[in-house]
Design a protein around this ligand. Structure first.
Ligand code: IPE
Ligand code: IPE
Ligand code: MG
Length: 238
């Protein structure tokens, strides 16, 4: 593929539940099927030379869902790494995670930490799972950390700038040096951010697909890349 490739692509994997309901299946079947789409898209993104692929797996707002669905969603990362770890390793993909660890059930946290550890020496694409992630909570958290530094005399208020702030975002540890999102994709026809990477999406290009996430594949990902390549990114300049 000719033309510039976005360094950081973020995806709101939406529409699993509706995909299943349309087929008279329980919503959880859509989540299961969505794992295959994760594999397809991760492999294609890595082949295309994307540096970071951040996938929205669970939001800080998703705790509002029925307990059964939450349980299922929390089990998915365990199954995903069980099945796809060999393929991630084969593709030199490094796994990272962005989100608030506290509320994640122990077995899920362990499975994710194990995947991070198993892939830490891979120097290909970073596959970053946003798990219990929320953009507003992230900004509040950064503010608290910075306030503590000021309070303890380790930082002057006049020295706080955008770079300081970025150092305290949850993405600072998982996807440095590519925190800024270049291309933001959302499946299933909804056109909203749903509290995803608020700071990091400041200058990203958006691509919306009407396909449900379980229907998403490498070719649709390529279409998003082609669309990105036709944009003129001015960043406020001329
Ligand atoms: C996206 O699919 C997956 C998660 C939010 C975890 P949804 O579960 O939101 O599916 P729809 O949007 O209800 O169809
Ligand atoms: C966003 O999708 C969260 C994830 C994809 C994990 P939602 O389905 O939760 O978002 P809303 O409720 O449509 O805004
Ligand atoms: Mg949804």
């Amino acid at each position: 593929m000719e033309g510039p490739i976005p360094k950081h692509v973020a995806v709101i994997m939406d529409g699993n539940g509706r995909w299943a309901q349309k087929r008279n299946l329980p919503r959880t079947e859509g989540h299961k099927e969505g794992m295959e789409a994760v594999r397809r898209v991760a492999v294609r993104a890595s082949e295309r030379g994307v540096k970071v692929l951040t996938l929205f797996a669970f939001s800080t707002e998703n705790w509002k869902r029925p307990l059964d669905e939450i349980r299922f969603l929390m089990k998915l990362p365990i199954d995903f790494f069980d099945v796809f770890m060999p393929e991630l390793l084969k593709n030199n993909i490094r796994v990272t995670v962005t989100g608030f660890k506290g509320k994640i059930p122990g077995p899920t946290r362990k499975a994710v930490e194990k995947a991070v550890e198993q892939t830490k020496d891979n120097d290909g694409m970073i596959l970053n799972f946003a798990l219990n992630y929320g953009g507003r909570a992230e900004i509040v958290n950064a503010t608290k950390e910075i306030a503590q530094l000021v309070k303890s005399g380790r930082l002057n208020v006049s020295d706080i700038d955008e770079a300081t702030f970025e150092d305290h975002l949850l993405t600072a540890s998982s996807v440095t040096p590519y925190q800024e999102v270049d291309l933001m994709i959302r499946s299933s026809g909804e056109q909203r951010l749903s509290n995803f990477l608020l700071w990091q999406n400041a200058y990203s290009e958006f691509y919306f697909s009407n396909l449900a996430w379980p229907e998403f594949n490498g070719d649709v990902f390529d279409e998003a890349l082609s669309s990105f390549q036709q944009r003129s990114r001015r960043f406020g300049g001329l």
